[in-house]
Design a protein around this ligand. Structure first.
Ligand code: NAD
Ligand code: IPM
Ligand code: MN
Length: 360
């Protein structure tokens, strides 16, 4: 098969990790007789520097014309980079929000599981993680606080900032349906996470999720408040199958789930709409503290490329080849610094990518 992939290397470690994911995709293409055609576009700080905006309309058009998008990460150090002196709508993150909105990517899937080989990288006690865990965080991605009206103004002589958290029932219903559909292919349990004891948007969330649940009698549904969920993720991560939640809660809980799995450098993601199209990116950021040092863990990006093969291209055995290659490399004891533990062999970003590509 011939597939067109729009590539966004982005900022910080973005170019390093995407290069390794492409190495692995090329190994898949060679082994299985496919051809992947890559077209680069700019997004984030590099686009600000080259074009004055974090994402041009031409770049969006290129992304739309592809079969899928592969993204590294965007952004700089938010305290020191000059990008953060610009107006908010001209900063790197505005490019990411624009592409998610323009492509209608309302469903963000972030799978967090514990590889047996990485149990020493997990900060939780061994009795808590005995037997491993395997959850899918379903994060709503184009609504909520990220896209509500915001302003900063002086009210009665006091500087005041407002962000708006708004959801309508249609936005909730479509992500809930995706969440239940995915649960049907897994262990048939949905934990819907909200703050319904305080927020109107969460009360609507709960009501709509309950309505959708009626169409899925086989799926067990529970509601959990977000503060409790943050605690339960470290108390007993095994209890979760699908976590269904709104944009901001999903952002925070997925970083927590990533660390419980051993490292932010392991958590892949797929951002989907209602077609086969998708954008695939690691859940972590541009890690300015380690950029350009060949230290980044490329596995989250490589596993995101595997999700691209599975969800957008229906290439299940090709995706399995990547997932198995990652497991094999970990079983052989190779580790980047973030997942290093005693007795293991430490490698850099490039070597990790090559090791996976060779095992595909
Ligand atoms: P971050 O995820 O970039 O880094 C947090 C910590 O995790 C750092 O210590 C970093 O070195 C480490 N880390 C992250 N990914 C790693 C990897 N693959 N291998 C090894 N270590 C890794 O979060 P941050 O520092 O809060 O944000 C930095 C910038 O990234 C900000 O500008 C932020 O807006 C942006 N960001 C972008 C995305 C994205 O592009 N999707 C996601 C999150 C943050
Ligand atoms: C993520 C990131 C983004 C988000 C930022 C960079 C806007 O943290 O993809 O998790 O909050 O969605
Ligand atoms: Mn995040």
């Amino acid at each position: 098969m011939n597939k067109k992939i729009t590539v966004i290397k982005g900022d910080g470690i973005g170019p390093e990790i995407v290069t390794e994911a492409i190495k692995v995709l090329d190994a898949v293409a060679e082994k299985f007789g496919h051809s992947f055609e890559y077209t680069d576009i700019l997004m984030g700080g590099c686009s600000i520097d080259a074009c004055g905006v974090p994402l041009t309309d031409e770049a969006v058009a290129t992304a739309k014309a592809a079969d899928a998008v592969l993204l590294g990460a965007i952004g700089g150090n938010t305290s020191t980079s000059p990008w953060y002196k610009l107006a908010p709508n001209l900063r790197p993150e505005a490019g990411l929000l624009k592409i998610r909105k323009e492509l209608g990517l309302f469903a963000n899937l972030r799978p967090a599981n514990l590889y047996d080989e990485l149990k020493f990288a997990c900060p939780l006690r061994s009795d808590i993680i005995e037997g491993g865990f395997d959850m899918m965080i379903m994060r709503e991605l184009t609504g909520g606080l990220y896209f509500g009206a915001r302003k900063t103004e002086v009210v009665d002589g006091v500087e005041t900032a407002v962000d708006t958290l708004s959801y309508n029932e249609d936005e909730i219903r479509r992500i809930a349906i995706k969440g239940f559909d995915i649960a049907m292919k897994r262990r048939k349990k949905v934990t819907s996470v909200d703050k319904a004891n305080v927020l109107d948007s969460s009360r609507l969330w709960r009501k709509v999720v309950n309505e959708v649940a009626k169409d899925y009698p086989e799926v067990e549904l529970e509601h959990m408040l977000v503060d409790n969920c943050a605690m339960q993720l470290v108390r007993d991560p095994k209890q979760f199958d699908v976590i269904l939640t709104e944009n901001m809660f999903g952002d925070i809980l997925s970083d927590e789930a990533a660390m419980v799995s051993g490292s932010l450098g392991m958590l892949a993601s797929a951002s989907l709409n209602d077609t086969k199209f998708g954008l695939y990116e690691p859940s972590h950021g541009s890690a300015p503290d380690i950029a350009g040092q060949d230290k980044a863990n490329p596995l989250a990006t490589i596993l995101s490329a595997s999700m691209m093969l599975r969800y957008s291209f229906d290439m299940d055995k090709e995706a399995d080849a990547i997932d198995n290659a990652v497991k094999q490399v970990l079983a052989e004891g190779y580790r980047t610094g973030d997942i290093m533990s005693e007795g293991m062999k430490q490698v850099g970003c490039k070597e990790m990518g090559s090791l996976v590509a060779e095992r595909v």
